[in-house]
Design a protein. Sequence first.
Length: 252
Amino acid sequence: MRLPVCALACLMLFRAAPLRAQLVEQFHPPKSECCLQSAAQRLADQLQDWAQLGRYHDDDLRLEREAAPPGRVVFLGDSITDGWNLTEYFQGKPYVNRGISGQTTPQMLLRFFPDVIDLHPSAVVLLAGTNDIAQNTGPETLEMVEENFRAMAELAQKHGIKVVLCTLLPVSDYTGYRQTDHRPLAQIVELNRWLKAFAARTGATLADYYSALVDNRGMLKDGYSKDGLHPNDRGYMLMAPLAEAAIERALR
């Protein structure tokens, strides 16, 4: 018998929850959402497009119908890219934003053809990895994250697209959010070390955001973020010339 979508979603939730093998003296269950059927349906709908291919689908088709302008660059990334107003910081440039908040490298790898290759850009600016460390889509080893970067870089180079690899931004606890609990500073440093070595080994260009934004404690400089993770306007103002210089080097 085939279960309804909502029933399947609920079953997944129940199976993911830890089992409690004893009775309790006091009844204090966790607060449940209103309208569980709607919540389960939303979860089921999201699981049908795990990589969020639908986010830019229509705009990708629009751009594919047009001739790619010289110097088109796709910025692929997570919320740090998603929240970056490229039109404001790179006026007059044919830059395309393909950031999606919360995404990890396996999701970006699945999006790489429709959101990057099929748009025929001259270069791709890849900023990713902080959400892999935070386990947004589950636990990963460093090697798994590295292989996702390697796959995207090789796909781009095979299709004649120059690669700009960006170092991960540092995080901080200065704003009241404990960002280092989810993104340990040492793991950010370790992944950045690999990205630098990989860029040098493969001929990719490096945009080193980390060095520009880190303080003497290894954290994101105070005053450059509202939550210790996402750059504010001051942060983007530091990042923009680094990205532009890296793009120019890649396309030279």
